[in-house]
Design a protein around this ligand. Structure first.
Ligand SMILES: NC(=O)C1=CN([C@@H]2O[C@H](COP(=O)(O)OP(=O)(O)OC[C@H]3O[C@@H](n4cnc5c(N)ncnc54)[C@H](O)[C@@H]3O)[C@@H](O)[C@H]2O)C=CC1
Ligand SMILES: O=C(O)[C@@H]1CCC=N1
Length: 269
C-alpha cells in the first residue's frame, strides 16, 4: 500500500472498527488521520490507537492521499462541500462507506475526483469484516488496488459491477451483524428464563454462535445440511425449529432485509 496517508472523515463506530483492524494488521498509526466534531471521541481514539486526530475535516483533505468518508449519509453533502474547497489541483482517492449515498451524489458534491463506494461491517475491528466495493468513473487500477488493500486488511472483499448491488450488500452484510447480535440477545434472555445464570447463558450463546459460524465457514456442506445434522427426528431441535418455521421466520428475514435495502435506496434521495 506504499506509504499513502489515509484520512477518515467521521470517527464513529464504523471508522473506529476499520482503523482498529487496520492497525492490528500492521498499518502504521502514523499513516492514519481521523477527524470528528466530537473532541472527546478524538481524544479517546488518539489515546487508544495513536493515530493523528483533528477537529477540522479540512485538515484531512489537505494532508491525506485517501479520504474515507465515514459520516452519516444525511450529513454527507454538507461535509463534502467543506472538503472540496481544500482539494485545489489535487485529486485524492475518495472511499465512501456511507449507506445509500451514490457515486453520482458524491461526485456532484466533490467534483471530478475518483470515488469508490464501499459497504464494510463492524467485524472489521477483529479482521473478520466483509466489504462490498464499487468503482465509479475515473477510478484507476491503482485506486482499486489501494481500496482493496485497505479493506482486505480487515476482512474479505467483494467487488461489484452494478452499483445497485451495494444496497443489497448493505442489507445482508453491512447491517447483518446486528441481526446476529439480536438473535444472541434473544437466546441469552431465553436461556436466563430457562434458569441459567446470565453469565453462563451468555458464554454458551456466544460460543455456539462462534462455533456455528466456524463450522459453516470451514465445512463443504451448506448451512441447510449442517442444520439437518443437528436435528434428530422427533428431537429437541426439531421442536424449536418447528416454532421458528410456524412463526414465519424465513418470511420475516426476507421482509427485514428488503426493508434495509429499501432504506438504503431512500438515503440516496
Ligand atoms: N455502523 C455500521 O455498522 C456501519 C456504518 N456504515 C456507514 O458508516 C457511516 C458512519 O456510521 P457509524 O459509524 O455507524 O455512525 P457514528 O454515528 O458512530 O459515526 C459518525 C461520526 O461522525 C461524526 N460527525 C458528525 N458530524 C460530523 C462532521 N460534520 N464532520 C466530521 N465528523 C462528524 C460523529 O461525531 C460521529 O462520531 C454511515 O454513513 C453509515 O452508513 C457502513 C457500514 C456499517
Ligand atoms: O444502519 C446503518 O444505516 C448502517 C449501514 C449499515 C450498517 N449500519
Amino acid at each position: 500500500m506504499a506509504q499513502q496517508v489515509i484520512g477518515f472523515v467521521g470517527a464513529g463506530n464504523m471508522a473506529a472498527s476499520l482503523v482498529g483492524g487496520m492497525i492490528a494488521k500492521g498499518i502504521r498509526p502514523a499513516r492514519i488521520w481521523m477527524s470528528d466534531v466530537s473532541e472527546q471521541r478524538l481524544t479517546d481514539l488518539a489515546r487508544q490507537h495513536r493515530v493523528h486526530v483533528t477537529a477540522r475535516n479540512e485538515e484531512i483533505a489537505e494532508r491525506c492521499d485517501v479520504l474515507v468518508l465515514a459520516v452519516k449519509p444525511q450529513l454527507m453533502a454538507e461535509v463534502c462541500a467543506g472538503l472540496k474547497a481544500q482539494f485545489g489541483d489535487r485529486t485524492p482517492l475518495i472511499i465512501s462507506i456511507a449507506a445509500g449515498v451514490t457515486v453520482d451524489n458524491l461526485r456532484s458534491w466533490l467534483g471530478d475526483v475518483p470515488v469508490i463506494r464501499t459497504m464494510p461491517n463492524t467485524p472489521a475491528l477483529v479482521q473478520a469484516g466483509a466489504t462490498g466495493l464499487y468503482a465509479g468513473a475515473g477510478v484507476t487500477e491503482e485506486h482499486r488496488q489501494l481500496a482493496s488493500q485497505i479493506m482486505a486488511s480487515v476482512g474479505l472483499t467483494f467487488w461489484f459491477e452494478q452499483e445497485s448491488e451495494l444496497d443489497a450488500v448493505t442489507a445482508v452484510s453491512g447491517s447483518g451483524p446486528a441481526y446476529f447480535f439480536l438473535l444472541m440477545e434473544a437466546m441469552i434472555e431465553a436461556g436466563e428464563q430457562l434458569g441459567l445464570s446470565s453469565h453462563t447463558a451468555r458464554q454458551l450463546v456466544l460460543q455456539t454462535a462462534w462455533g456455528a459460524a466456524q463450522l459453516a465457514i470451514t465445512s463443504e456442506q451448506a448451512p441447510a445440511a449442517l442444520r439437518e445434522q443437528v436435528t434428530s427426528p422427533g428431537g429437541t431441535t426439531a421442536a424449536a425449529l418447528d416454532v421458528f418455521e410456524k412463526a414465519g421466520l424465513r418470511k420475516l428475514v426476507d421482509d427485514a432485509l428488503t426493508a434495509a435495502r429499501d432504506r438504503a435506496r431512500e438515503l440516496a434521495k
